[in-house]
Design a protein. Sequence first.
Length: 244
Amino acid sequence: MADISIRVEGLSYTYPDGWKVLSDVSFELRTGTSVALVGANGCGKTTLLWLIAGLLEAEQGTVYIDEILLDRKNVRTLQKKLGLAFQHPDDQLFMTTVRQDVEFGPRNAGYEEDEISRRAEEAMKRTGCLHLSDRPPYRLSGGEKRMVSLATLLATDAEILLLDEPTNALDPRSRRNAINLLGELEHTRLIATHDLDMALDICDEVMVMHRGSIAARGPAQLILKDRPLLESVGLESPLSLVLP
């Protein structure tokens, strides 16, 4: 794996209705780092993740995964290096049972049945959802779905995780379980989130998005203590830095 897992250069994107959601976005993510992508609703966080994952095609700019250009020719090959957790787990879970959802990635990659089963078991154990393996995903709670969606990524060969609001709508215990898990992972992680306390806990750096551009980037402790900066982009300091 390259020293730089993700390199984005001059990325811009406009939706068909004319909304220019991203404008000249550039950054690099070093391999093995955990970086939070924060900003108010509508600033372009989700769109940026989708562009990096190859689900959308930029109007301008380039994306490199492990220093390989992401383009139409090799998008499917590079997508195997990436794991995208959607903001809404229901958009990700579509099989009859949890086990089938978790097995889908390694099965699609062509692994033998024994290896598919091993990977799924290990991923479900790691995310604490092995006991849900025979349940239909639509009958799970929001927190359970969130952990299953993470299990579907961990069962694959993904080296880079793109996570969209991984702690959204979780109860306190489920949120803490998710944070603990994400903090233990060795993958390169780009995490779009409004949960600034989570970002402070597990992220090496924070990138602040504002109106489709990167407004600031730096160490998590430094950026998340900068109240004037956060307030200027519609955010507030983490509670752990505000409460006595």
